[in-house]
Ligand binder design. Structure first.
Ligand code: WTA
Length: 648
């Protein structure tokens, strides 16, 4: 923690959309009369039929229902494209920066985007995709990913993007859970100079799916792939002959725009469902105000469209605002640790938004990689995905921002659709490590973890919950509304429970302390420990496994696994490697265990429940604070685990 405070620079405040006074005034209005506030701000997007009802939301367990602008009719793609054409048809909508810096970047204007998306939408129609059908997108960071998303939105199909780093198994699970009609993938995906065989992963996944699922393939690199006639379709070839005119389908505000699978504390990843109207209003408004985005700015979010950040802040938010958004195919360290800054210089980036894990990785490489480049166009920096430690914040501020660019530390979740706690750069004094204040319409509360009582003292610590709905809130879990209610509304009645712990300081600023459930955050990627455990126990030699997070210098958290082998199996370095590879193939490289400890036994209560609290403490090297172990069935297993803990 740090107690430094950085006041808003006066020149920034003078030009900003929102200054301190305006924030106070608008925030008060947004919570005192949400109907009036959102009724007004809901008009920031174009409606085919204007809404007459603004808000109809209920957090009561058993009756949870969230509707915004429910009788409004709109089309999301028309909002991101068509309405800009009269005024900014020739303005760049997307700057695409390829993995290899020697390949040319693309500048895609709104006119070009319109043509591509219309053609793509007609290809989808020609493949029999209809309103409400699910389309799974498994693409790298190429313009076709944005075309595919917007083409779905144009015809009212629901997209579900699966991060290209996920395994064939993970992909198949998501195709099956959403009962998708179509998969969109690419031949191969260059990243950091290497290529991932996406199509071959897709082929493997489709072996486990209905044979009715068709596969659109973007020939991106031109690498050789297998081809299944009758199932696989060359999307670029079809786009060439498709009509560049596909009327946007009028959609209801509450029609789902997309599903995005995310990890929770239990069970399989769940399909988070987002709406069309409320989601778009919220993504667009947060994008404009949090980043203080102005007409003509070049804005870059380094996330991947496989995560919610890519949805709201690479595609939907910036394009709804008629902005110029950078899409980057590569990685921060290729060809060297200066790539981010080279791209900022090359494209005159004004707002730059990344994850703390990337900052930590780059700060270790030396300042010369930053100092080589002219970053004078930068006006603002942002972070997302995990708490940022003060060292990383200070480096970002001093070396990248030259001490004069506000840093917005944005706390939000896949479930929230957009920023929830964040500074507004013209309004909010910054504190390294604090996501500071709520966005308009967001009513954060701290609850006493055991009793669920709301804590009213300003300076306090508790679990973070939200008192009332906001337009970007997820609407349900795909196919399982009960799970939606159970996950977010059952532990603390009447609130949306975030799963995060949080501290509020005497100024009313919020500091996220990390997850209070069995979700860990590895390099800003959210992972359910239960998923890694079930992958491990699926291995023939594993009897039991328990997975927890531990502090990791670069990744924020690393994956620590306690593994009990089947009777007769011998632990070995080789087996460790085998298990690591196993989890990579079961889930994907982002889930690969960092440390595997052989555990002859796991600490369990007499009723057989694994005591994760103890395992977490051992993994954190904090075994002075194990707490009460007397309820364990066999307290001696703890000594063995401590003695044989893994070195970090
Ligand atoms: C964590 C990513 C601290 C948090 C947009 C949350 C953060 C989870 C921050 C959601 C932040 C995200 N400070 N923690 N600024 N932003 N988190 O769904 O634990 O991938 O619950 O959404 O990331 O991760 P998700």
């Amino acid at each position: 923690m740090s107690d430094a405070v950085y006041p808003v620079p006066a020149d920034f405040a003078a030009k900003a959309h929102i200054n301190a006074e305006k924030y106070q005034e608008m925030y008060a209005a947004s919570v005192n009369d949400p109907e009036a506030f959102w009724g007004e701000h809901g008009k920031r997007i174009d409606w085919i039929e204007p809404f007459t009802k603004v808000k109809d939301t209920n957090f009561k367990l058993g009756e949870v229902s969230i509707k915004w602008f429910e009788d409004g009719v709109l089309n999301v793609a028309a909002n991101c494209i068509d309405r800009h054409l009269p005024t900014r048809g020739n303005q760049t909508a997307i700057i695409w920066e390829p993995d290899d810096p020697n390949d040319p970047a693309l500048h895609i204007t709104y006119n070009e985007l319109s043509e591509k998306v219309n053609r793509f939408a007609n290809v989808l129609l020609s493949q029999g995709v209809m309103r409400g059908d699910r389309v799974v997108i498994y693409l790298p960071m190429i313009p076709e990913a944005a075309y595919a998303m917007l083409a779905c939105a144009r015809i009212g199909a629901i997209h579900s993007i699966v991060f290209a780093g996920f395994s064939p198994d993970a992909l198949a699970n998501r195709i099956n859970d959403s009962e998708a009609k179509l998969l969109i993938t690419a031949d191969t995906a260059p990243r950091g100079g290497r290529r991932t065989a996406l199509k071959s992963n897709a082929d493997q996944a489709l072996l486990h799916c209905s044979d009715k699922v068709r596969c659109l393939v973007v020939k991106h690199t031109g690498d050789q792939t297998t081809w299944v006639d009758g199932r696989d379709v060359d999307v670029k070839a079809l786009m060439e002959t498709a009509s560049p005119d596909c009327p946007p389908r009028p959609m209801n505000a509450e029609d789902p725009l997309f599903i995005l699978y995310t990890s929770g504390s239990t069970g399989k990843p769940k399909g988070v469902v987002h709406s069309s109207g409320g989601y778009l209003v919220y993504a667009a408004m947060t994008h404009q105000y949090t980043f203080d985005y102005h007409e003509g700015d070049v804005y870059w979010c380094t996330a991947d469209v496989g995560w919610v950040t890519g949805h709201s802040y690479i595609v939907y938010g910036p394009l709804a605002n008629g902005g110029t958004t950078v899409m980057f195919e590569g990685v921060p360290t290729y060809p060297d640790a200066g790539r981010f800054w080279a791209v900022c210089e090359k494209h005159n980036v004004n707002q730059f938004y990344t994850a703390p894990t990337a900052i930590r990785a780059l700060m270790g490489q030396g300042n010369e990689f930053v100092e080589k480049y002219d970053l004078s166009d930068l006006k603002l920096l942002g972070t997302v995905g995990e708490p940022i430690n003060p060292e990383a914040w200070n480096w970002y501020n001093d070396v990248v921002g030259k001490g004069s660019r506000p840093i917005v530390d944005t706390w939000w979740q896949t479930e929230t659709g957009g920023h929830m706690l964040t500074p507004l750069p013209g309004a909010t004094a910054l504190k390294p490590g604090s996501a500071t204040k709520p966005f308009f319409g967001v009513q954060p509360v701290l609850l006493e973890p055991q009793t669920g009582e709301e804590i009213h003292d300003t300076a306090a610590e508790g679990v973070l919950a939200i008192k009332d709905s906001w337009p970007g809130q997820m609407r349900s879990v795909w196919g399982d509304h009960e799970r939606f209610e159970k996950t977010y509304f059952a532990d603390y009645h009447g609130y949306y429970f975030s799963g995060d712990g949080c501290r509020r300081d005497a100024d009313g600023d919020y500091w996220i302390t990390g997850r209070v459930d069995d979700v860990i955050n590895v390099s800003g990627h959210r992972m359910g420990t239960a998923e890694v455990e079930s992958a491990l126990v699926a291995h023939a030699k594993v009897a039991e496994a328990a997975v927890v997070g531990y502090p990791h210098d670069i990744k924020g958290q690393g994956i620590y696994c306690y593994v009990t082998l089947m009777n007769g199996e011998e632990p070995s370095e080789e087996l460790r490697k085998e298990l690591r590879t196993w989890v990579r193939t079961e889930i994907g490289p982002i889930a690969a265990p960092d440390l595997i400890q052989w555990a002859p036994g796991l600490p369990k209560t007499r009723s057989g429940k694994i005591m994760r609290r103890i395992l977490r403490k051992i993994a954190e090297d904090d075994f002075g604070a194990l707490g009460d172990t007397s309820t364990l069935a066999d307290p001696s297993v703890v000594d063995d685990l401590i003695e044989n803990r893994m070195n970090r």
